[in-house]
Ligand binder design. Structure first.
Ligand code: 3HC
Length: 305
């Protein structure tokens, strides 16, 4: 791939560590274990969060088994490869550690500060930040040369892209490992500049912001969705916002508005929307099937127009 250093420089990954056990982290754990077939460790602040992550992963493995995508033995092998704990010392033998914690610079710096003294000197660190500066996330590391941005998309199992981000400090071994890992996960990787929103969220923030803006201006929600159809994309703006999460979408808006105030809306109303996931109807699998009858009213109240 363009910008990828020689793959001979890549470090062999024999155990993966994931920091966090939320939905994104759990999706990563399942993907890593399925595709790389190596032990995967997940941790979180307390055991109940870890257990919730493990339950999600086991449930997804059950579904794959029920669909006939995995036989019983393969499913059991995957289950056995995933380990959840609150004990961070277990990162000691991980070669590739990716964080999937709250999208805030201080939180990301903090979790890396906690594990850097534990991991091997040549272990690679990756951040799944969606719009923060990777260089800033690595600013407090003793070895920032081992940090790369490794940005997945929702749903992690199916979206084919990973944005890989290099900082001025990132060494070729880390970058090369990231590209080889991405390929092992069956994804296409692109190298992007370490600029707010990288490429995809920069484009998406425009779509989300303009869709919300059209709503405030009085265009009904379903009309905004309908108007998007000719573009032929798999999801319409508000469906996509619901998929990534209303709060995450609002957070991305904020990051972009702070970074480029002249180009993105600082949209307080977006946060009002973020409190309103009840505007969508979902099927049992949690996918959006439509809008509640009173979606328009609820949204109108939220945006105050
Ligand atoms: N988890 C795991 N697998 C899922 C899934 C999920 N949440 N949602 C769908 N899938 C799988 C289904 O199981 C199915 O797999 P199968 O063919 O093996 O049975 C396959 O995806 C297709 O699903 P469906 O047929 O049910 O549904 P669609 O054909 O409508 O596709 C979609 C669903 C893949 C989600 C499609 O609508 C799509 O591509 N949407 C766009 C998503 C997108 O743009 N994501 C990027 C968001 S931005 C982001 O994440 C960045 C962040 O930083 C904010």
């Amino acid at each position: 791939p363009v910008g990828a250093p020689d793959k001979a420089l890549a470090k062999k990954v024999t155990k993966v560590g994931i920091i966090g056990a939320g939905l994104m982290a759990s999706q990563f754990a399942l993907l890593f274990v399925r595709k790389l077939q190596v032990p995967v460790l997940i941790t979180d602040l307390d055991q109940s969060r870890v257990d919730k992550g493990l339950a999600y992963i086991n449930d997804e493995i059950d579904k794959l088994e029920a669909k006939g995508r995995l036989d019983g033995d393969a499913a059991n092998r995957l289950r056995a490869l995933i380990h959840g704990t609150t004990d961070k010392t277990e990162y000691a033998d991980c070669d590739f550690v990716i964080e999937a914690v709250f999208e805030e610079i201080g939180v990301k710096q903090q979790v890396f500060a906690e594990i850097e003294p534990i991991i091997a000197e040549d272990a690679i660190l990756a951040t799944n930040t969606s719009s923060l500066s990777v260089e800033e996330i690595g600013a407090k590391l003793a070895h920032p040369e081992r940090l790369v941005g490794f940005h997945f998309f929702n749903p992690v199992a199916v979206m084919p892209l990973i944005e890989i981000v290099k900082t001025p400090a990132t060494k070729d071994a880390a970058l090369s490992t990231a590209f080889v890992v991405a390929r092992g996960l069956g994804k296409n990787a692109v190298l992007t500049a370490d600029a707010p929103g990288f490429v995809v969220n920069r484009l998406l923030a425009k779509v989300f912001g303009e869709a919300a803006r059209a709503l405030y201006e009085g265009t009904p929600l379903l009309t905004v969705e309908k108007a998007f159809e000719p573009l032929g994309l798999p999801m319409k703006p508000f469906q996509l916002i619901d998929l990534v999460g209303w709060k995450v979408a609002a957070h991305v808006q904020d990051t972009m508005a702070n970074a480029f105030p002249e180009r993105f809306y600082a949209n307080a109303n977006f946060h009002a929307l973020a409190e309103l996931p009840q505007v969508v109807e979902k099927d049992k699998a949690g996918r959006v099937t439509g809008w509640t009858k009173d979606a328009q009213r609820v949204l109108k109240d939220a945006v105050g127009s």
